[in-house]
Design a protein around this ligand. Structure first.
Ligand SMILES: N[C@@H](CCC(=O)N[C@@H](CSC=O)C(=O)NCC(=O)O)C(=O)O
Length: 281
């Protein structure tokens, strides 16, 4: 597993680096970003927070806009941000070029339908291949947290709920809470997974909560002026599913905030501290 460095910038005493590598899971070249806090140069094995971005994003959005480096440097947290889909020559895209499906919209699941199944396996990439790579090449421990925004917020919930024991902390910003029952989810799941809605439940956070065997506390922030809230995000479905399953969820409705990275930047410190509390023990 070789890594090719793409760029390197010093930030808050640590380093923001981007790498390219060949993914055997996704059958294409991928890029990811890593923030290495100053403690990474002092011989310590540090915990890792995996950040999953939303529709239309790459590895760059979070690193550029979330303002996470300052506190990650203070806490000694490594942050890894993968791309949001497979990319490159031969990777199929939405036939109409829509932004909510295909490139930039992998939904962090393993597609079963053609022509998507060969490349669109973002779940296995995020949960297994990428951590294997990170743990082989960087001074990190096996303590992992996961978070994300919108499509990526849902991705974080699903990765943790499907893989008990794999993560020690979990949070999300404005997740697409119940893709079984919203237009973005219905479009993506019908194409990636086929028409049998019973199979969709394996990739829906609300459905997975009902069967969860682990009680990892979840922190969720959601802006109440988020235009996507009533139709796509449906935070109330997540709240209801958590209550029904008696799962520990702190859902904070933040007055006046929208869906943008201004919202994420406003509350990222709370999320980093939530993860650090569980990871730095
Ligand atoms: N079509 C618009 C909107 C796309 C958008 O809002 N993307 C969000 C994630 S939405 C759910 O997954 C996002 O994070 N955008 C990137 C950013 O840096 O804000 C568009 O193309 O902009």
């Amino acid at each position: 597993m070789t890594l090719e460095i793409v760029s390197s910038n010093k930030s808050f005493g640590g380093w923001h680096k981007r790498y390219r590598h060949r993914s055997s899971t996704l059958n294409c070249a991928m890029q990811f970003a890593v923030y290495l806090p100053p403690q990474a140069e002092q011989g310590a094995k540090l915990p890792v927070l995996y950040w999953l971005s939303g529709l239309t994003c790459t590895d760059e959005n979070f690193m550029h806009k979330a303002g996470a480096h300052r506190l990650a440097a203070e806490l000694g947290l490594v942050i890894v941000a993968p791309d949001t889909s497979p990319r490159g020559e031969g990777v199929p895209d939405d036939p109409d070029g829509a932004w909510d499906f295909g490139l930039g919209a992998g939904f962090y699941l393993n597609a079963t339908q053609e022509p998507w199944a060969r490349h669109y396996r973002m779940h296995d990439y995020v949960v297994q291949e990428l951590p294997d790579l990170i743990e082989a090449h960087f001074p990190v421990s096996e303590r992992r947290g996961i978070s994300g925004h919108s499509m990526g917020g849902h991705g974080a919930l699903v990765c943790a709920l499907r893989n008990p024991g794999r993560y020690q902390s979990l949070s999300a910003f404005a997740p697409i809470s119940n893709p079984l029952n919203c237009p973005w989810g219905e479009k993506a799941f019908s194409r990636y997974l086929g028409d049998d809605r019973a199979r969709w439940r394996e990739w829906d956070a609300c459905a997975l909560l009902a069967e969860a065997t682990e009680r990892l506390p979840i922190l969720v922030d959601q802006g109440d002026r988020d235009d996507f809230l009533p139709t796509q995000l449906k935070a109330e479905a997540l709240q209801a599913a958590a209550e029904a399953a008696n799962h520990p969820l702190t859902l904070r409705l933040q007055p006046g905030y929208d869906h943008s990275y201004y919202f994420i930047a406003s509350f990222i410190d709370d999320h980093l501290r939530h993860h650090a509390k569980a990871l730095l023990v």
